[in-house]
Design a protein around this ligand. Structure first.
Ligand SMILES: Cc1ncc(C[n+]2csc(CCOP(=O)(O)OP(=O)(O)O)c2C)c(N)n1
Ligand SMILES: [Mg+2]
Length: 559
């Protein structure tokens, strides 16, 4: 069989139902012949974003796959792949490659150019290596720290014949007898293997936790990938430790729980800093503890314990008191068992709960005038207040986009159900939310899938709204149209005055209508909720909807 057929058959065995991408690639026809759906985006970057959102909404249990053309297709996919790398999302991208004898400068060679933004990238240089390399790609996606992998498939290799899965061969191409080989048809789906913590580390960490006076838990997206929500909650309750999540970890701990401090992004509820500041120990679980702009850093002078699956994160930014290398779910279970062994469970700490509640209430009271504002142009915070009234959080997946929409939504949207919020952005690529939410809808069709985006961010990817229409992926776009890059003009007073830098224009409901979707433009605050209700109704027929809300710029954030 040809290599392209072998790859398609392997994808089938790995449980892949659909691929995203943009032609040309011989793999599209090959997978269609195996009854794998092909979803064509309007640009490669969004094709990758859809695969990314699908994977996040599947907690990494399923992997998004994207095919793009050699050269321009591979070039255009870059920001999508770089973003998946920054956020550790296990997807597989197979760009075509030029024929092997054309791998010369200045032709784009993905294997070279994607080195720094993939967990692994390699070139399928021989037909008989195809299945071994696919096996490795799935193995890297399913094990250890998640991340995107890439296999460049030269056009000539795709068309060559392959029968055996060979891991070794003499230079002259003859078989090496000492290497076992299997037929392509014998490929078996790759399994996941998880590491637990060293029992000595578990004891040390439990002792440190029991000694701490004001510990706090920082929960990252590793909780989602390990599906460790139940264990996280159990440990927090056993030891009465308050929990905040990182931006990527949002929804890992119910935000309506009496021990929840909310999400620590660049913006955050008052509770996060209050308890962070007074803590003597921070237990970070499933968090890389990377210091970056969009996640609350751990204040200096704290004793930090880190639980992570990736040894490269240990001591990366903070000098650690102790660490446990392991899968968040297994390690949390070990910690719980050790606490129980020591009979160290604590009773409900009513004083702590009261303190959390009081700070939360006072904080929300301060923000209520914005969340309920009747002003025109509409306040973005009023939109958030209304979204929370009209959407059933349990039945919804929501994600923000880059810019003010992220910093406005993140602290206030209460995510109580695991996976109900996709927080993203170690790289904060504008426009990412459209593809992400389409992918999420493909993973969880029963959910109302909403993305909350600005006019400039939508402008980067808006044509892909047509992909949602054509592919019948019924999402809801909530677009805040403030005709600007929120908060940016003040950085460029001269460029703004002379050239109107940062000002933009668009009638996006017309764009969405022109692309075949349902659309409304909302000017008055009282029309927000009915417009979203109508959009939900329209979604039932398989059609995406866009609610364009004319808002004011409001770069004021909860910090
Ligand atoms: C690809 C990319 N380019 C530039 C930026 C920097 N940036 C972040 S947000 C933003 C403006 C976003 O404007 P808009 O989407 O309209 O949202 P608003 O803040 O106005 O609500 C810019 C320029 C980025 N994050 N990504
Ligand atoms: Mg804007």
């Amino acid at each position: 069989m040809k290599v392209r057929t072998a790859i398609a058959k392997i994808l089938k065995k790995e449980g892949i139902d659909f691929v995203t991408g943009f032609p040309s690639s011989p793999l599209f026809e090959a997978v269609a012949l195996e009854n794998i759906r092909t979803i064509q985006a309007r640009t490669e970057r969004v094709a990758v974003n859809i695969a990314d959102g699908f994977t996040r909404a599947s907690f990494g249990l399923k992997n998004g796959i994207t095919f793009v053309q050699w050269g321009p297709g591979a070039e255009n996919a870059f920001s999508g792949v770089a973003h998946a790398f920054a956020d550790s999302v296990p997807i597989l991208i197979i760009p075509g490659g030029l024929e092997r004898n054309r791998l010369v400068v200045p032709n784009f060679i993905a294997t070279q150019n994607y080195q720094k933004v993939t967990k692994w990238v390699d070139l399928i240089n021989l037909p008989n290596r195809a299945s071994a390399m696919m096996r490795l790609a799935f193995s890297y996606m399913r094990n250890g720290r998640p991340g995107p992998v890439m296999l460049e498939l030269p056009l000539d290799v795709a068309e060559e014949e392959t029968e055996v899965d060979r891991t070794g061969m003499r230079l002259d191409g003859t078989e090496l007898d000492s290497y076992a080989f299997t037929r392509q048809s014998e490929y078996k789906a790759v399994k996941r293997y998880k590491p637990a913590g060293d029992p000595a580390d578990i004891k040390t960490v439990v002792n440190l936790l029991l000694k701490a006076k004001t510990p706090v838990i920082r929960a990252g997206q590793g909780i989602h990938y390990a599906q460790a929500w139940g264990e996280l909650r159990e440990l927090a309750e056993l030891l009465q430790i308050p929990v905040y999540t990182t931006m990527n970890g949002k929804s890992a701990f119910p935000e309506n729980h009496p021990l929840s401090l909310g999400t620590g992004g660049r913006s955050r509820p008052k509770t996060v800093l209050h308890f962070h500041d007074k803590s003597d120990l921070v237990l970070a679980i499933g968090s890389s503890c990377t210091i970056e702009e969009f996640t609350t850093p751990i204040p200096p002078g704290k004793s930090v314990i880190q639980v992570t699956v990736d040894e490269r994160d240990i001591n990366k930014e903070y000098p650690l008191e102790h660490a446990i290398i392991g899968d968040a779910k297994l390690v949390l279970r070990q910690l719980i068992d050790e606490v129980k062994n020591q009979r160290a469970e604590r009773i409900e700490n009513l004083e702590l709960r009261r303190e959390i509640r009081a700070i939360k209430e006072q904080w929300l009271k301060e923000w209520m005038p914005r969340l309920t504002s009747n002003d025109i142009p509409i306040s973005p915070y009023r939109v958030i207040g209304d979204i929370m009234k009209v959407l059933d959080e349990k039945q919804t997946i929501i994600t923000h986009d880059s810019g003010n929409p992220r910093d406005q939504l993140l602290p206030f949207y209460q995510a109580n159900t695991p996976g109900s919020y996709i927080g993203w952005g170690k790289s904060t690529t504008m426009g990412q939310s459209l593809g992400l939410i389409m992918g999420a809808k493909l993973a969880r069709p029963e959910k109302t899938c909403v993305h909350f985006t600005g006019d400039a961010s939508f402008g980067m990817v808006g044509m892909d709204f047509e992909t949602a229409v054509r592919e019948k992926i019924p999402i809801i776009t909530i677009l805040l149209n403030n005709s600007t890059l929120g908060g940016h003009a003040r950085k460029y007073p001269t460029a703004y005055e002379h050239y109107k830098l940062t000002s933009i224009y668009g009638d996006y409901s017309k764009v969405a209508e022109g692309l075949g979707g349902y659309a409304e433009r909302v000017v008055k605050p009282q029309d927000i909720i009915p417009a979203i209700q109508r959009s939900k109704k329209v979604n039932e027929s398989g059609k995406p909807a866009l609610v364009e809300i004319m808002t004011r710029e409001e770069p004021v954030f909860s910090r």
